[in-house]
Design a protein. Structure first.
Length: 156
């Protein structure tokens, strides 16, 4: 059990570090970028990044809850299933928000001759879709394990 808690401690630290990095980005880099005179047509994109930050932080919180369930040896429970479902929906929300913004991102990047901006947007769409898919698969696996566990508990 100690090794397991050590592993989740490292994962919790990594999740917290990611959360702090994104929080710092939202608190310092985005406002500085929006205030810059050189931002131009990118200003709405920067302002719009606050919207997907909400489901991002909700998903991080749910991830921390799952790691807590692992520590308590409750990973195969309805609580984990619910947390994975929330993570899936948060990742889908991020996917849809960025996909909806891609036409404007493409327009601005094309005018500014900056294809990297489009590539970054597509990377975020793809990565969040992969996370949503992985969460859905994990949810099904945990649901199967919970069903088997419940069936075995009823057999005894």
């Amino acid at each position: 059990v100690r090794m397991q808690q050590g592993s989740t401690l490292i994962l919790k630290g990594a999740v917290a570090a990611i959360g702090l990095a994104v929080l710092a980005f939202c608190a310092f880099a985005l406002p500085a970028g929006m205030m810059s005179d050189e931002t131009g047509a990118y200003r709405p994109i920067l302002a719009g990044l606050y919207i997907p930050a909400i489901p991002f932080f909700i998903a991080l919180y749910q991830t921390m809850k799952i790691l807590g369930y692992i520590d308590k040896n409750q990973v195969f429970s309805e609580l984990s299933i619910k947390a994975l479902k929330v993570i899936k929906y948060c990742a889908l929300a991020i996917t849809l928000l960025f996909a909806a913004g891609m036409p404007y991102i493409y327009y601005v990047a094309d005018k500014d001759d900056a294809p990297g901006v489009v590539a970054l947007g597509l990377l975020i769409v793809f990565a969040s879709f992969v996370i949503a898919t992985a969460a859905a698969v994990l949810r099904r696996l945990v649901q199967s394990a919970v069903d088997i566990k419940t069936e075995n508990d009823l057999t005894v």
